[in-house]
Each structure stands twice: as C-alpha cells, then as structure tokens.
Design a protein around this ligand. Structure first.
Ligand SMILES: Cc1cc2nc3c(=O)[nH]c(=O)nc-3n(C[C@H](O)[C@H](O)[C@H](O)COP(=O)(O)OP(=O)(O)OC[C@H]3O[C@@H](n4cnc5c(N)ncnc54)[C@H](O)[C@@H]3O)c2cc1C
Ligand SMILES: NC(=O)c1ccc[n+]([C@@H]2O[C@H](COP(=O)([O-])OP(=O)(O)OC[C@H]3O[C@@H](n4cnc5c(N)ncnc54)[C@H](OP(=O)(O)O)[C@@H]3O)[C@@H](O)[C@H]2O)c1
Length: 315
C-alpha cells in the first residue's frame, strides 16, 4: 500500500471534450475486430480497434474517457440513429504502444422481445461487431470529464470494480499505472455471469504475475455461490476479503472506481456503508442515519452522491 501521510489532493487532468461532434464526426478505419468471449459462451463480446492517425483524437483522448460512434441508418421515425458511447479500452500510448490505434470492448445486444416474440439486435453494438478491418466508422468525442485517473497517480491505491464490458476503461488504466511503476495496491474486481466471459483474462493474469501489487479477482455470478448461498456479485468482495479491503479502503489515499451495470452501484454503496466506509459517499441530510439495508433505488439516485474519492460510470 502507498504510505499515507497527509490526505493527498486529487489532481484530475484537464481534458478535451467533443473535438468531433455528431455534426462534425471523423471517419476512421477499423484495424482489428476479435471476439473475447470463449466459443461456448452465450454472449458475444468483441475487442474492436480503430486507426485514429492524423485525427485530433490522437493524444487528446484520455484513459477513462469514451468516444461516440454514429451507426449508419435511420430509426423507425426516419431520423438518423443517435450516437452511442464506448469506453476507451487501450492504454494512453495506444494498442501495443501504437498511439495511432485505440480500442474498445463491445457486447452484442441480442434480445427476444417478450410481447412480440421477436428477435431484437442492438443497432450500434451489432454494427460495430460486424465490421471488418478496413471498413470505416463515424466517430465523435472525446466524452467524459470525471471518470479519470489523477495526475498525481503515485499518491494513491486503487480499487476498480467492473461488471461485463465495464472492464473496458480498466484495461488501459491498470496497464498504464503498472507501466509507470506504481508500487501501491491495485485491485480489479470483475463480475461476469460465466467463466467463458472473463474478459482479457490472460492479459490481466499476465500483469498480475509480473506485478505483485496488482490483484485480479473474478466473481462469477451464475456458476459460483457465496457461503450463504447468495449470488457472487462484485460488491461482496468487500465482505469476503475483509482482511484486505477494510484496511485498504480505510486509508485516506485509496481511490474507488465503479464501471458497468447500474445495479452494482447500489450494491457497492450499501457494502461501503455496512462497513462504515462513508468517506466514499456523500449523503444528503434526508438520508443521514437511515439503515443502508433500507436504502431504496430512489435514495441511491437522488440522495447519495459519490464522494471525492469515488468515480462512477454505470448504465
Ligand atoms: C459512457 C458510456 C460508455 C459506454 N461504454 C460501453 C462499452 O465500452 N462497451 C459497450 O458494449 N457498451 C458501452 N456503453 C453502452 C453503449 O453506448 C450502447 O448503449 C450499447 O452498445 C447498446 O447500443 P445498441 O445500439 O447496440 O443498442 P440499442 O439498439 O440502442 O438498444 C439498447 C436497448 O434499448 C432497447 N430498445 C431499443 N429500441 C427500443 C424500443 N423501440 N422500445 C423499447 N426498447 C427499445 C433494446 O431492447 C435494448 O435493450 C456505454 C455507454 C455509456 C453511456
Ligand atoms: N464507461 C461506461 O459507462 C461503460 C463502459 C462499458 C459498459 N458499460 C455498461 O456496462 C453494462 C455491462 O453490461 P453487460 O451486459 O456486459 O454485463 P452482464 O454480463 O449482464 O453482467 C455482468 C455481471 O454483473 C452482474 N450483476 C447483475 N446485477 C448486478 C448487481 N445489482 N450488482 C452487481 N452485479 C450485478 C451479472 O450477474 P447476473 O446477470 O448473473 O445477475 C453479471 O455477473 C452495460 O449496461 C454497458 O452499457 C458502461
């Protein structure tokens, strides 16, 4: 753990926003599109890379930010589809150190709509997953101002919680932190329905082997159970590994990042409160003193904000 003296100030970088807007997107080619779920998985998640050479995105998109994709075609009202955002999954210096190449992690949205019994394919995710190298997309961005690593990175420990494709931003963040030689603790707790969907497992295990301060924990919700029979959800890591997480999260210089499904935010907030780690939350007066087990989704949405050391991006 990084030694804790005085509480360090969190210096977030100034970031560029919307250099390319939906009215003024930039066209870039896909250079790689590979599946990252195993063959036997019921899900299809892909790692998609783009060449941003000679665009203003090069050097200007930061870890934790997203870019927009404008899918071709029109909606049922005859209007062009709106943009969808995708998190930057590559390190700051690009895929394999190539600053011209950025990437993201895309899950195909495939649903059966109950009433109609019809198959629904998400517009943009399937557009992206179907692309072949050489084909182009209309890109916007960068987007996002707060879900960032601080400039004074060495001053902190990091606890990253991800579900599903929410792991995307942590792929680049963990790599860069370790490459910069940070010796403080970095935990990545990843939640996934099946073992076939452990995204970038070899990559994170490789980093874990090379760097004893990095820990990759996987919570598989539909194949494993906790001792009390409940589902293995990421937020329970705080409970299951109290000996590691309580001392770490109790330090003034630990930062907490949450990315992925909306439901995990409530789960993590409640676990933090149960362990008296209120420093990570900002509670409005109307909810002070209320038992966290009684917190409703409205409370979580309206009456609890992330504290200064908590960074959240959930959808
Ligand atoms: C900041 C941010 C970062 C993100 N990063 C990523 C990322 O890294 N990777 C990733 O995979 N995703 C990411 N997302 C989500 C992404 O932006 C898209 O929302 C996602 O890919 C689905 O888009 P789609 O066009 O495929 O689905 P859509 O076609 O938009 O469908 C999405 C949902 O809307 C429902 N829907 C569509 N039409 C109707 C209708 N007429 N009536 C009722 N329901 C309807 C569908 O059933 C489906 O559940 C991110 C989102 C945000 C906000
Ligand atoms: N930057 C961003 O904001 C960003 C980036 C990437 C992705 N995303 C969003 O992240 C989401 C990822 O979805 P996905 O389909 O990839 O995930 P998923 O595979 O459906 O779920 C991942 C895991 O989360 C578990 N889970 C479900 N409810 C939970 C809860 N309340 N608390 C904790 N864990 C819970 C699931 O368990 P069960 O299914 O077994 O219940 C599963 O194990 C999408 O909504 C995407 O838009 C956001």
């Amino acid at each position: 753990m990084a030694e804790q003296a005085v509480r360090p100030e969190i210096k977030l970088p100034e970031v560029k926003m919307n250099i390319y807007s939906p009215r003024n997107p930039v066209e870039v080619p896909v250079v790689e599109n590979r599946i990252v779920t195993r063959e036997s998985s019921p899900n299809f998640i892909r790692h998609v890379s783009f060449d941003i050479s000679d665009t203003k995105l090069q050097d200007n998109i930061q870890l934790g930010q997203s870019f927009g994709i404008l899918p071709p075609g029109k909606n049922e009202k005859g209007r062009p589809y709106k943009l969808r955002l995708y998190s930057l999954a590559s390190p700051y210096h690009g895929e394999n150190g190539n600053q011209r190449i950025i990437s993201t992690t895309v899950k195909r949205i495939i649903e059966e709509w109950e009433n109609e019994g019809e198959l629904y394919l998400g517009v943009c995710s399937n557009f992206l997953c179907n692309l072949r190298p050489g084909e182009t997309v209309k890109m916007t961005g960068p987007a996002g101002r707060r879900f960032l690593l601080p400039e004074n990175r060495n001053d902190f420990n990091y606890v990253f919680f991800a579900t599903g494709t929410g792991i995307a931003p942590f792929r680049g963040m963990v790599y860069d932190l370790l490459k910069e030689g940070i010796e403080s603790d970095i935990y990545l707790i990843f939640g996934t329905p099946y073992r076939t969907d452990i995204l970038y497992e070899d990559y994170f295990r490789g980093l874990e082997e090379a760097h004893p301060n990095f820990h990759f924990m996987v919570y598989v919700s539909r194949e494993d159970r906790r001792a009390d029979g409940s589902k293995k959800y990421v937020q329970f890591a705080i409970d299951d590994h109290q000996e590691q997480f309580i001392p770490l999260l109790s330090q003034d210089n630990t930062l907490l990042y949450i990315c992925g499904l909306q439901g995990m935010q409530a789960g993590i907030y409640k676990q933090l409160a149960r362990h008296n780690l209120y420093e990570y939350l900002e509670l409005k007066d109307s909810i002070q003193g209320k038992d966290p087990d009684e917190w409703t989704s409205k409370d979580i949405k309206r009456r609890i904000k992330p504290g200064t050391r908590t960074f959240v991006e959930v959808y």
